[in-house]
Ligand binder design. Structure first.
Ligand SMILES: Cc1cc2nc3c(=O)[nH]c(=O)nc-3n(C[C@H](O)[C@H](O)[C@H](O)COP(=O)(O)O)c2cc1C
Length: 358
């Protein structure tokens, strides 16, 4: 009996297994307008056909200036909603659940995608002036403008509107991206938040923006829809953001309506030593689960069926997310089920692929 292929229900949404697609930026909105297109449909659709229980789409800007690159996806206007709808319909038809990752890159926005250049995109090439909790730059990038208190409050509405649009676009679940050194992480970490208003200083104050967003998004989406939060559990820097603060804020977020915590790490500062290796972030998720009692997912160098099964079956976490392994092999979940001896239904169109003889 496989735990990895046992369904999980979060609020009113039942997900057929615990092997999910981790969000991955494709930097492929070629019109630089945040509108997803054929690339996204084929990329995400293939992973839904491939058997993942939940397909989380890439970090999508809640505002134009919240995109990491000018080619990143958005969820701030109705044209984007229409384009996403085609994709969520496809994912549902293929038997998977779709999730939107709501994001704002803050001081790490307006940079080139790897194959188009390096560092910040100048305004003359379609870039923009970034803003953040601070006016200190992320290494190698242009310095941001520090947001006023009134501007910070407006961000809560931006996330709320993006949540409403995500529902209109047909998503079944929402994740708030508070990891990897992007805007919400910039507010959480004492390294990038030295504000003296109600959004800086104490842990309560640094967490205020995220918690207000969790509350606003929950109010917008109602009681039936799952709400996830992705944290970086640590900055890997003494005196920075760490597991203890993550656990406390996750606890508060759980009280405000967040259902599942997705634990990653790093991204706020460069040049730190990250002790990576197979499943190297699982212990962050375990710790958050112990602190909150909420379901958690693990991500990071999980590449193998038996490894994924063991992580979930041992009760360490509830769900495994995969990114790069699913780039290498979009059908990995179907293959993993076979390897674990689990019978799962294939898309009808692919059934003949399960027949033993030619
Ligand atoms: C191409 C690519 C794009 C990514 N984009 C995002 C993103 O949009 N949001 C996010 O939270 N993480 C993003 N990540 C991180 C992954 O979701 C994942 O946490 C990380 O790659 C570790 O998992 P893995 O070892 O299975 O690849 C990205 C990773 C890759 C490889």
């Amino acid at each position: 009996m496989s735990k990895l292929f046992t369904p999980i229900k979060i609020r009113d949404v039942e997900i057929k297994n615990r092997l999910w697609v981790s969000p991955m930026c494709m930097y492929s909105c070629e019109g630089r307008d945040g509108i997803v297109g054929d690339w996204h449909l084929v990329h995400l659709g293939a992973r839904a056909i491939g058997g993942a229980g939940l397909v989380m789409v890439e970090a999508s800007g809640v505002k134009p200036e919240g995109r990491i690159t000018p080619w990143c996806a958005g969820i701030w206007n109705d044209e984007q909603v229409k384009a996403w709808k085609r994709i969520t319909d496809f994912i549902r038809d293929a038997g998977a659940v779709s999730a939107m990752q709501l994001a704002h890159a803050g001081r790490k926005a307006s940079v080139y995608r790897a194959w188009s250049g390096n560092g910040s995109v100048p305004i003359s090439d379609g870039g923009w002036k970034t803003y953040s909790s601070t006016d200190e730059a992320f290494t190698g990038y242009e310095a941001p403008r520090k947001l006023s208190t009134a501007e910070v409050k407006e961000l809560v509405q931006d996330f709320r509107s993006a949540a409403r649009r995500s529902i209109e676009a047909g998503f079944d679940a929402i994740e708030i991206h508070a990891a990897h050194g992007y805007l919400l992480h910039q507010f959480l970490s004492p390294i990038s938040n030295k504000r003296d208003d109600e959004y800086g200083g104490s842990l309560e104050n640094r967490a205020r923006l995220l918690l207000e967003i969790v509350q606003a998004v929950r109010a917008e989406i109602g009681e039936s829809m799952p709400l996830l939060v992705r944290f970086s559990a640590t900055d890997y820097v003494e005196g920075g953001w760490d597991q203890e603060q993550t656990n406390q804020v996750a606890k508060w977020a759980h009280e405000q309506g967040a259902d599942l915590f997705d634990l990653s790490s790093g991204g706020l500062v460069t040049g730190v030593k990250i002790p990576s290796g197979p499943g190297y972030q699982v212990h962050f998720s375990q710790s958050a689960h112990q602190a909150t009692g909420a379901p958690v997912s693990a991500v990071g160098q999980i590449t193998d069926a038996k490894q994924a099964e063991e992580i979930v079956a041992s009760g360490q976490v509830d769900v495994v997310m995969m990114a790069r392994q699913l780039l290498r092999d979009p059908y990995f979940p179907l293959r993993a089920a076979h390897e674990l001896g689990v019978s799962v239904s294939w898309p009808s169109q692919y059934e003949r692929g399960t027949w033993p003889s030619a």
